[in-house]
Design a protein around this ligand. Structure first.
Ligand code: PLP
Length: 392
């Protein structure tokens, strides 16, 4: 008997991966099989499993100063925060550090309510924002249901395709009383709830609605941030100006649990005089900062970006193969992430492992998001293996 739990499943369900080690973009199982990590573990191992620019930076930091009090100021903390603010490219904001995606969302919700003095947050019907109670309260999927969440603080708004011109959404705002609405929270592009990609017009209308009623716009980029969708952050493809941006996962390549919330210059100046009543023991952990330094440097490296672009091109080209498979009704993609819709139940995670692929599937959907460090050849062979599975 193993004395630990597996998350999000009955313990007898048997979804276990007996791993010996991980190399580049693959898990090596205890029986020697190599499994291509087609969703970067849980969408965080975007730089693969042993990427020196992150690993070496962390080892250096471990030797120099592995722990720091939240009250400290030091070169790495100042430099990397400035570089992250530059990467966001929305002006002179500030970073609040956390240790996970859920905590980034929790803190963004707390900040939005504190800054506006309003209680309600509008959230999409299909969404995932993390497993803590505040983040679950704005989550729109089954994971919200079994828990005593704060749903009275949530206004559910329709999906973009159900209300493209926001007529219904604005009605809901007016019924709730816009003066009660602190913020709208959105995954810019949703992850495990179907990779739903709104168009620029819908995003523009959401931005305008927020401005009209004085609500803040919180973008959850926990899954899509740091290069996943072809730009450093997914919102950068839509000329959006969020007030808060939530990050985690690939922010350290997953090498250490870490997260952050970017806040706008306006929010930053609010806290010049008001108490920032948020905090945590491992705030701005030096090993997280060091890993983030490695991530930002890699994303800024022209050679690395060229290789990423080459991989994106290969991905785009080979996805056509998937769209021709039996039972595939559609393929959506952005950058290095794709959702494949089927007209029948998708192959299970276990079937994927049998075909030496680690992907996400639920209902009639498969999601793939290859590691940035894959070679085009390895990616092509993984897509062929998936096409074979879908056709079988
Ligand atoms: C969009 C989004 N937000 C928040 C989270 C929560 O992140 P974490 O599991 O690190 O708490 C996730 C996790 O999958 C996510 O996909």
């Amino acid at each position: 008997m193993e004395h630990f739990y597996y998350s999000w499943s009955a313990q007898s369900a048997g979804e276990k991966l007996p791993v010996d080690r991980a190399e580049r973009d693959e898990f090596v199982l205890t029986d020697g099989r190599r499994i291509y990590d087609f969703i970067c573990t849980s969408f965080q191992a975007n730089f693969g499993h042993n990427f020196d620019p992150i690993r070496n930076r962390m080892v250096q930091q471990l030797a120099a100063m592995p722990i720091a009090s939240p009250k400290t100021s030091f070169d790495l903390k100042r430099d990397v925060s400035g570089r992250l603010v530059d990467l966001i490219s929305l002006g002179n904001g500030k970073i609040f550090y956390t240790v996970s995606g859920a905590e980034s969302v929790e803190n963004a919700l707390k900040i939005a309510r504190q800054v506006t003095g309003r209680p309600i947050v509008a959230a999409r019907q299909k969404s995932y924002h993390g497993a803590t109670l505040g983040a679950l309260s704005v989550t729109g999927d089954w994971r919200n249901k079994p828990h005593l969440t704060f749903d009275q603080g949530t206004l559910r708004i329709p999906e973009h395709d159900q209300d493209p011109d926001l007529t219904r959404t604005e009605q809901l705002f007016l019924q709730t009383g816009p003066d009660n609405i602190a913020a709208v929270i959105l995954e810019t592009i949703s992850g495990t709830n179907g990779m739903s990609i709104p168009d620029a017009e819908w995003f523009g209308r959401i931005q305008n609605l927020c401005r009209k009623y004085g609500c803040l716009l919180i973008l959850d980029e926990v899954l899509v941030g740091f290069g996943r969708c072809g730009t450093d952050f997914a919102f950068q493809a839509y000329s959006l100006e969020p007030d808060l941006v939530c990050m985690s996962k690939a922010m350290t390549g997953g090498y250490i649990p870490f997260g952050a919330v970017w806040t706008s210059p306006k929010i930053a100046s609010y806290y010049d005089t008001q108490t920032m009543s948020c905090g945590l023991t491992n705030y701005a952990h030096p090993l997280g900062l060091a890993a983030l330094d490695g991530v930002i440097s890699s994303l800024a490296d022209p050679g690395f970006r060229d290789e990423m672009e080459e991989l994106e091109e290969c991905f785009r080209h080979n996805l056509e193969q998937l769209s021709r498979c039996n039972n595939v009704t559609g393929v959506r993609h952005r950058g290095l992430m794709a959702a494949i819709d089927l007209d029948q139940p998708a192959p299970t995670w276990k079937m994927g492992i049998e075909h030496e692929l680690h992907f996400f599937s639920k209902e009639n959907l498969v999601i793939i998001a290859p590691p940035y460090i894959s070679t085009p050849r390895r990616l092509e062979s993984a897509i062929s293996a998936l096409a074979h599975l879908l056709d079988s």
